[in-house]
Design a protein around this ligand. Structure first.
Ligand SMILES: Nc1ncnc2c1ncn2[C@@H]1O[C@H](COP(=O)(O)OP(=O)(O)OP(=O)(O)O)[C@@H](O)[C@H]1O
Ligand SMILES: [Mg+2]
Length: 443
């Protein structure tokens, strides 16, 4: 068989161009020969109503933020994929998790990328050397399987899936068939022995886990570990989860002694909470299930040499360009000879349109060099006509804003009817950008 090394498309003959992902010269020949499976008991179809559905026993690591992300604890037989760019801290995170789990049961850290000595050095640095934590420098998964059975390991980490292999599958390490085969094999180990398996997957430049998407289909839970290389903050995000919700995020800080959970995110995302600075606004976005207060910062300055620059960091560039166009057209402010920069504090990426209003106001604030009212947050989607559109989960956002100690919040008028009456927060409703700008700066 021939496989596309990019997307895993299967074909019986070699193709120059992949019909699925349109990649050129991506096909590799790989033999599809699978002998002997891990023994499985014979199973027959059963009526769903007769199958005893027990609630899962959740296994807590004690790292609260991690436990929350996986759906309040791990489940026996679960297989979890952790993806992330090189050097983001995947091995560090997993070493900390294994150290926490080793306090409960025997845990095996299979290090195929680094030598056991390297792993031990890191473990010393981050003080992850629990009694029952074992390390194994091995890349043959069948050998690993034998150890797991013999020694009765309960938690297994495989670092990383791209450098291990299973002899029963042909092809070199990291090839499509090996990746899929190894992931399948590890899934069988997890399900038959009831152990929890973590696998590390590298992420390519395009931000997808190297190797085909099918890796994500095989596992129960996919977590992405991301972060700007320049900042010490790292975000763990659940992309897929068969045992819990997705989209939720947890924030960690990389320190020399390892990753520390950040429970109070306001220090990172709201650096100027108590200062009035032109170009700064506070928005509330929802990441997964979690409301996050974040500061947006804009800088509008006269362009030199007649070339205007537009940049957005952490904010979708197309959306940003659209908002700049709305300001020019609907508020009659000319930005055509101004450089406009927009930055999201804390190095996080936001995708919630409820941040539109805050972005627009921060740009105008920098343009006018006049601060926005202190102690206020801004929520609202901005439409092309400059109208403020209703956002989802308004009460969840307002609750978070109130909890962080803000005194007032500006929201779309159409959201007012959804607002619970119990807030102490002063809630101001507006129907359009024009009204809100006039109200704030009495232009
Ligand atoms: N002494 C140290 N003090 C502080 N931070 C450190 C120290 N040593 C390493 N780090 C941090 O750990 C990161 C590397 O972590 P780790 O090896 O866990 O990443 P990884 O995602 O597993 O990388 P790879 O893709 O190479 O496997 C570095 O980028 C750095 O931020
Ligand atoms: Mg690593």
């Amino acid at each position: 068989m021939f496989y596309c090394s990019k997307c895993g498309y299967k074909s019986i003959k070699w193709l120059g161009k992949c019909p699925l992902c349109e990649g050129w010269e991506t096909f590799q020949e790989e033999k599809e020969e699978i002998e002997g499976e891990i023994t499985r008991e014979k199973i027959k179809p059963r009526l769903i109503k007769d199958v005893e559905g027990k609630d899962f026993n959740r296994i807590l690591t004690g790292i609260d933020e991690f436990d929350r992300i996986v759906g309040n604890g791990l489940v026996n037989g679960e297989i979890i994929l952790i993806g992330g760019e090189p050097g983001v801290g995947k091995s560090t995170l997993l070493l900390e998790i294994s150290s926490a789990l080793a306090k409960k049961s025997k845990t095996l850290y299979v290090s195929a990328e680094e030598s056991p000595e390297q792993v031990t050095l890191r473990a010393k640095r981050i003080e992850a050397s629990a009694q029952n934590l074992y390390v194994l420098g091995e890349d043959n998964l069948e050998t690993v399987f034998n150890y797991i059975k013999e020694e009765g390991f309960k938690f297994i980490v495989v670092d990383s899936i791209q450098v291990v292999y299973t002899p029963r599958y042909d092809g070199p390490k990291g090839s499509v068939l090996q990746l899929k085969g190894s992931a399948d094999y590890l899934t069988q180990i997890a399900k038959t022995l009831g152990v929890v398996v973590f696998i590390v997957g590298h992420v390519t430049k395009e931000g997808v886990i190297a190797g085909p998407k099918l890796l994500e289909h095989i596992v129960d839970c996919v977590l992405y570990f991301e972060g700007e290389m320049l900042s010490n903050y790292r975000i763990l995000r659940a992309i897929k989860n068969r045992f819990g919700p997705t989209g939720d995020i947890a924030v960690f800080e990389m320190q020399s002694s390892g990753l520390k959970e950040v429970k109070k995110t306001t220090d990172i995302f709201l650096p100027h909470k108590d200062e009035a600075i032109s170009g700064s606004s506070v928005v509330c976005v929802i990441e997964g299930l979690r409301p996050l207060l974040i500061e947006l910062q804009s800088l509008v300055s006269r362009a030199s040499f007649g070339v205007v620059r537009r940049r957005s960091l952490g904010f979708d560039f197309n959306r940003f360009s659209l908002l700049v166009a709305i300001i020019e057209k609907r508020l009659k402010m000319s930005l055509s000879s101004e450089d406009v920069f927009l930055n999201v504090a804390g190095g996080i990426e936001i995708n919630d349109t409820a941040a539109d209003l805050g972005a627009v106001l921060s740009i105008i604030s920098s343009y006018k060099e006049k601060e926005l009212p202190l102690n206020s947050a801004f929520i609202g989607e901005v439409g092309l006509a400059g109208e403020l559109r209703r956002v989802s989960n308004i009460n969840l956002r307002l609750k978070e804003i109130e909890r962080a100690g803000f005194g007032s919040c500006f929201v779309p008028e159409s959201n007012l009817k959804d607002v619970d009456s119990k807030f102490k927060l002063k809630i101001n409703g507006f129907s359009s950008l024009k009204n809100i700008v006039e109200k704030i700066w009495r232009a």
